[in-house]
Ligand binder design. Structure first.
Ligand code: SF4
Length: 509
């Protein structure tokens, strides 16, 4: 039996403020980065305040050594490890294979994410995989964790010894529009339903936004431990974040200006000021009621971490007095809760700005056609079903397939996946509309409503879905889990697959 994870125990203990630290493997199998990581681990073990280090996987979409390499070496030195499991570079079978391997070598703390869109590698850009999205990956892991007999309908667990992964997920309160923010928060519910055990926030600095996430979870009955992200950027990385070149990580203009001025004025180029800000944020997170913090930043050594932890301890009783330095989120952005003028944080009542979204419920024709032809309770649906199945049996099957494809290509940008989810996604196709082909809600990379991969060119498909559905229908949609697409259906007729019960509709029953 695997030993109970110290990290897991710490998460469960409401009196323990769980501290984790992020390490990033290099695009190399050797070099100083590994030596520094091991030195860091030795110091952390001796110090005893960190519960685990998390190790990224191809961070930023760039190739790097896989996390289990650094993870195994660090674990041998007595420090627990969280490995990132992202969906960008591997399909479901490879993911399962990876999970068996990690379970075997005792790496059982995970952070499950969709991952940044893959960037240029050997002779160009690689093929992005995204066979599963993060919710589907969580479902896979939950099934592997499932004790035999827990779920008799699940053929995966019948013959397998159960694993015991601890599953972390990410969420970003740092979104400016209602559609993006609600996408993040309600997708967190979908992740919880699929088995998430804990949450780490995306990089950001604004205390009111950090508190909003906790209030929203409380209001909507989501009880998971949340670690706030405390990221200490170098000035170069801060500039990239400010210029929107690092997906999902945001430094708004006022904070960036302060950091730039500090960097110009101080002989250490603002390093001490950045560590002080991290300590302030850590104290604020603790004061707000976070279960812990996830600290990281390029080039940070254990001495830096120790400085941050000591200073945060000293600020613990005056955390409300140091918030101003961190407040940076645009006032014009969407906030779920109204502002408390006294504290500068949130009141527990909804904000009036909840009318930001201009709803465009503009698919009545698509809906009508769908109801007429695909509702088998009606006469027209039954007739269309018989027609499709009859054509599929004869020599007109290829013609039917082509006809369906051309129609849907013209009106919906169809990618001929054979398992149509248009009805569930407000008649917007995630296969063509989402660069990562996510079926269960948005990734964390969108910015001001634009897609992470096509900023300023293509709007995030889930922002558009929200605008079409409105809050209530969007929430219902996100809460309804969509299984991953079945590649055996690729380039076949989704109409025939639907009527034959071969698509996701049947699998959802
Ligand atoms: S469309 Fe939205 S969910 Fe898809 S990759 Fe772009 S930002 Fe992410």
């Amino acid at each position: 039996m695997p030993a109970t994870s110290i990290f897991k125990k710490s998460l469960a203990d409401k009196n323990d403020f769980t501290l984790t630290f992020e390490l990033v493997p290099a695009r190399s199998s050797r070099g100083g980065v590994y030596r520094r990581a091991l030195e860091f681990a030795d110091s952390a073990v001796a110090d005893g305040r960190l519960r685990a280090v998390s190790i990224t996987e191809n961070a930023g979409g760039h190739p790097a050594a896989s996390p289990e390499v650094m993870g195994t070496e660090i674990r041998e030195r007595g420090l627990e490890v969280i490995v990132h499991l992202s969906c960008k570079d591997r399909n479901r079978n490879q993911m399962e294979s990876q999970l068996f391997s990690w379970d075997r070598i005792g790496l059982r703390n995970l952070l499950v994410i969709a991952g940044d869109y893959p960037q240029r590698g050997y002779r160009g850009h690689p093929k992005p995989v995204f066979d599963l999205d993060s919710v589907q990956a969580l479902d896979l892991i939950s099934r592997l964790n499932c004790q035999q007999g827990d779920d008799r309908r699940n053929p995966m667990v019948r013959d397998l010894a159960p694993t015991s992964f601890v599953k972390g997920v990410a969420v970003s309160p740092f979104k400016t529009t209602e559609a993006e923010l609600m996408g993040q928060y309600w997708k967190l519910h979908a992740k919880a339903a699929a088995g998430a055990d804990y949450v780490i926030t995306q990089v950001g600095y604004d205390p009111r936004k950090f508190q909003e996430l906790l209030f929203f979870m409380e209001k909507t009955g989501l009880d998971l431990p949340v670690l706030g992200n405390v990221f200490v950027p170098t000035m170069k990385v801060a500039t990239l974040m400010h210029e929107r070149k690092i997906p999902g990580c945001v430094i708004p203009q006022p904070l960036f200006r302060r950091m730039r001025d500090e960097s110009r004025a101080a002989p250490d180029r603002g390093r001490a000021a950045r560590l002080e800000r991290a300590a302030r944020l850590l104290a604020v997170l603790k004061g707000l009621g976070y279960a812990g913090a996830h600290i990281g930043g390029p080039g940070l050594g254990f001495a830096d971490l120790s400085t941050i932890l000591d200073r945060a301890e000293a600020l613990a009783d005056v955390w409300t007095e140091v918030m101003d330095d961190l407040a940076s989120w645009p006032v014009s952005a969407f906030y779920y809760f109204a502002r408390d003028p006294e504290s500068g944080l949130n009141l527990r009542k909804e904000s009036r700005s909840r009318t930001q979204v201009e709803f465009r419920r503009s698919q009545p024709l698509s809906k009508l056609i769908h109801r007429v032809f695909f509702d088998r309770r009606g006469m027209s649906g039954r007739m269309f079903s018989r027609l499709c199945l009859a054509l599929d049996r004869g020599r007109f099957a290829p013609a039917l397939n082509r006809f369906e494809y051309v129609i849907k290509l013209l009106f919906y940008g169809c990618r001929h996946c054979g398992d149509c989810t248009l009805e569930e996604t407000a008649f917007l196709c995630p296969q063509s509309g989402c660069a990562k082909k996510l079926l269960n809600g948005p990734c964390g990379g969108s910015r001001d409503g634009w897609c992470e991969v096509f900023p300023g060119v293509k709007r995030c498909v889930y922002v558009r879905v929200y605008e079409r559905l409105g809050m209530t229908a969007f929430v219902n949609r996100i809460r309804c889990f969509l299984i991953p697409r079945d590649w055996a259906l690729d380039r076949t007729s989704s109409w025939v697959n639907f009527f034959k019960g071969r698509d996701h509709h049947n699998m959802l029953k």
